[in-house]
Design a protein around this ligand. Structure first.
Ligand code: F6P
Length: 244
């Protein structure tokens, strides 16, 4: 079993003035969130490791009760052979992984995580939707200056592509995230992903089976952390809100 934590970056200077896109730095509140996040993740990892250990010991105890004269491994009673291997069992499945986008606000959010304890990577695919010619504008400005564009996006957020070179739609972002999702499914380590509103909606949508139509409208506020645990019968979800 593993833990997958997903969050948006801490509050950025652009969040304060409600500008979209760009590469702003964190606000003071945003830095505080980053520091709280590193403490939170540390605690959650410790609690998880303890719970795993307890479960592991319980499983061994249950097996012991089934230990009979016949249940031997190369002549060694099964329980004995299992407990000797349990001493060597490393229950953590490798170093905890952290992925962030390459934008400053995401990179700065993990600046207080100890790099010796985590495998940290910054990945361009996790960057926010690129809003082309509308980068750096607020929704109010777009609505006032480009009312038709604004209405077109409202009417079809999933397919609407921002104008200008490299401008993206949700479906474009879904496509560029395919390889990340495959990698996330494949890896066995626990991880934290620090990204942006659109990417969060898509990753959560994928992991929690949201439909493509509802995904662009889901509420994923900053400073909330989602913990997912993939299980054979579905994904368990916990949501935490940073309390300042
Ligand atoms: O405002 C923050 C932000 O991440 C922008 O950079 C981005 O364009 C926007 O949210 C995406 O949200 P929505 O798809 O709801 O406009």
């Amino acid at each position: 079993e593993r833990q997958i934590f997903l969050t948006r970056h801490g509050e950025s200077m652009d969040n304060i003035v409600e500008r979209i896109g760009g590469d702003a730095e964190l606000s003071e509140r945003g830095h505080k969130f980053g520091a709280a996040l590193s403490r939170f993740i540390k605690r959650q990892r410790e609690a998880f490791a303890e719970a795993q250990q307890v479960r592991h010991e319980e499983e061994l105890r249950q097996l012991e009760q089934f230990d009979t004269a016949e249940s031997t491994v190369s002549g060694v009673p099964l329980a004995q052979s299992l407990s000797s291997c349990s001493e060597k069992t490393d229950l953590s499945q490798g170093k905890f992984v952290i992925w962030t986008s390459m934008l400053q606000r995401a990179v700065q959010t993990v600046e207080t995580f100890n790099p010796a304890e985590y495998d940290i990577k910054h990945i361009r695919f996790l960057n926010e939707i690129y809003s082309g010619l509308r980068e750096g504008m607020s929704y109010g400005e777009i609505q006032r200056l480009y009312p038709e564009e604004f209405a077109a996006r409202q009417a079809n957020k999933l397919y609407y592509r921002y104008p200008g070179m490299g401008g993206e739609s949700y479906t474009d972002v879904i496509h560029r995230l395919q390889s990340m999702i495959i990698e996330l499914e494949r890896m066995t380590q626990s991880c934290l992903i620090v990204t942006h509103r659109v990417v969060m909606r898509i990753l959560l949508g994928y992991l929690l089976d949201w439909t493509h139509d509802e995904m662009p409208h889901m509420d994923v506020p900053i400073h909330s952390v989602y913990e997912l645990r993939p299980k054979p019968y579905g994904t368990e979800l916990k949501k935490w809100q940073y309390d300042e």
